[in-house]
Design a protein around this ligand. Sequence first.
Ligand code: G3H
Ligand code: ZN
Length: 281
Amino acid sequence: ALVTTGELVSEAAEAGRGVAAFNVITLEHAEAIAAGAEAAGLPAILQISQNAVKYHGGRLGPIAAASAAVARDSSARLSLHLDHVEDEALLHAAPEHGFSSAMFDASKLAYADNVAATAEAAAFAHRHGMWLEAELGRVGGKEGDGPADAHAPGARTDPDEAVAYVAATGVDALAVAVGSSHAMTSRSASLDHELIARLAAAVPVPLVLHGSSGVPDEVLAAGVRAGMVKINIGTALNVAFTGAVRGVLDGDAGLVDPRKYLKPARAATADVIAHLAKVAH
Ligand code: G3H
Ligand code: ZN
């Protein structure tokens, strides 16, 4: 069933739980998320990033329509979220494509510009019945990230600044820098659980963890108990997906039918999703 991100995140926050958000690049990712969520008996958020839209030739329509159709068909409660949007035109296209939420990423801007752009994005989202996430204290590790600055990887979100930022922008959820970093293929990140607890106590909206692929299971579960709610996971899916493709292709030089490697890749990805959905719950 296609539900809204706002309801999934609110119910998780009220229960003191987390909800996993998984990145969709291809149709097989969306199918794997539905299968994994069904196997876990848990809801999940399907998120499509601006980078994934760029991969699809800048076209949001096809991958959004496919993901929404997969969600509608599933017995799991699934929502559609537009992730790491920097382009305002893309944000403006989200409501007509079935998205109930977006993350507006102004984290490359200086603080005052970030606040102004994010407040405008939140106002747009609310006029269209959408829920808006923003980021304060750059998580880092994304392709194209500039040199180290105040929001460099390893930086931490300050609780007082976070409270002021949420009040100034009107966002519905806040991504914070608490130790994770994007695109890690090893699970070796540590989280600052004490800071998470202080942020959760101070900030009036649910907290979002980016770069969760690099966080070990126990550390991630403890992060949820400390107060993280929306748990974003992308790279871990691709580690499973590509590992399965490589395994099949390495064993058969004559194979040409893509279904022969995409099917095991989708199944391996669904297994990882089912596991991580439970860890993040
Ligand atoms: O917004 C997406 C996430 O932060 C995914 O990060 O690929 O490092 O798990 P990850
Ligand atoms: Zn992210």
